[in-house]
Design a protein around this ligand. Sequence first.
Ligand SMILES: [Zn+2]
Length: 647
Amino acid sequence: MVRRETWLGRALLAGVAAAIAAFGAGAAGNAGPAAPAALVPAPAAFQAPVASPAPTTSPAPATSPAPAAANDIPREWLTPAEAAGFEATPDYEETMAFLRRLAGRLPEMRLETFGRSAAGRPLPLVVVSRERAFTAAAARRLAKPIVLIQNGIHPGEIDGKDACLMILRDLALGRRRGLLDDATLLIVPIYNVDGHERISPYNRPNQDGPRRGMGFRTTAAGLDLNRDYVKVVSPEAQALVGLIAAWRPHLFVDNHVTDGVDHDWVLTWSWAEAPQLPAPVDAWMRARLPAALAATERAGHSTGPYVDLKDPVDPAKGFSSWVGEPRFSSGYFPLRNRPAVLVETLSYKPYAQRVLATRDFLLALLAEVGRDPTGLTGAVAAAEAATVAAGAPHAPPSDVAVNFEESTAADRIRLPLYAAETATSQVTGRPLLRYRRGEIRPIEVPWYHGSRATLTLPRPRGYLVMPGWPQIEQRLRVQGLRVEQLAEAAEIEVETMRLGPPHLAGAPYQGLIHTTADVTRRTERRRLPAGTLWVPADQPDFALAVQLLEPEAGDSLLSWGLLSTVWERKEYISPWVLEDQAAQLLQNPQLAADWQRALADPKLAGDPQARYLWWFQHTPYWDETVGLMPCFRLLAAPSFQTRPWAR
Ligand SMILES: [Zn+2]
């Protein structure tokens, strides 16, 4: 799941009793508080069919038998999960062994690795290509869509792996051959391989299987890889982003399992829409995703948008599907002009049901890609071309979006919620919501899924980055950005970014201390040394450079606390040396007047340290780079000579 980390805080802060009362009204069997005439219809692309049209009682899914998924498959070709009756999911070695058998039988499949985990396990990659285009260069030459399906970023949520093993097995048995016609498939069967091997039946308290156990959410070092797409701290994320930069897949699918509220949808989905996603790609998604969802429904699985309740104890307040922060896969791919589909099956459904829903959705989505392959590649190409054109040296002025948040605009949607009743919790002593599984009580609720920019800035022609910051250089390299270097030292008019005092988060997050500051931008002429990095704006992935380097961006290197030395004063001036400096400087009547004005502030006048700093800052010994971002925005067309980046 992708739930924002504020969830627990929201849950605890919610006005529980009032909320329960409000929910009770909504759950009483009517369509919710708003009259149908007042409803804003969801856009056609978002009409999410509800499996059961009226309040009914359906068989409780938790107790339904596992579907007979594989009765026409020869026993020796059952996937490990099928062979175990979906009570178990194969561990790393068993998964690899099965994949090797499949690769031995399917000449269009190659089993590769794309890096190593922190604990040293090879990261597996399956490439499926009818043309046997098993390298990034060969696949890109085909001009077919490249679709990347990622499983096990949260290894406890492993439905996607077992779904993909079924699809690959079918291909190996000569079935579903049409899948090979119109796309090159990249499948990461298990991304967080180290977490995947920390198997326990107690890793996912809210999840109905696989009963014999599943992997653990984070890496061995405690990192959540679905927070690591931009900052790429982990070796796993560095490897995956390298894979993405090399193959440049046109469509990405990230398979998860979610919990929280209990409802009738088995498979929920989301994606970061326009304006986060470039318009041509957004249009392709709106044209194709509904058909894929409809096909999934026809295959017997109820689907709906990803549900992150606004108030965990009051579903009537509606839910959010917005998943646009760039640290998530779903927010990251739009920075690269590509759509990412987040799949979240519902953890309360039995494992077999979840795996089959995931499989059927993947098949349906691939079928939609096959119906319009050039539509997808063309949309991505158009989005890339627009980014490059907007960043050209003499392009008309435009803006870049630095931060987005969930839009306050909501559609209304029918949520096939399960009936619920309240009891007093023995644990908390407060009201507790309990669902009666299978008994659907649909309610009309607000559905938030759009985004809006909260900070935009004039698009620079590029960034100049001071040499000697490996934290920055590593990310520019791993993300595959085009970078050059100043051939010679040059005096250049740039926009500097000076930071106010840092505000440090009170606790670590992903092992780092999130940090924010006010930013003052101004035009300065600065002499930049030879070797200064140049990150031009006329490249398709430039939004990633914006995200890394603009200090206010939520996933910037500064925000993640990776550039915090900028605030530290590194040198000291002895008081008596400063005293002599001050005596000399006071000869300047202008400075003497400035000092008198400063002294008029009693706070400064009474603070020896503030007075010391005031004078230190007025001597030539003061380090003017304290609080200065080590990168600069170039606002005019570049006029300097560059050379290739010597990495
Ligand atoms: Zn997840």
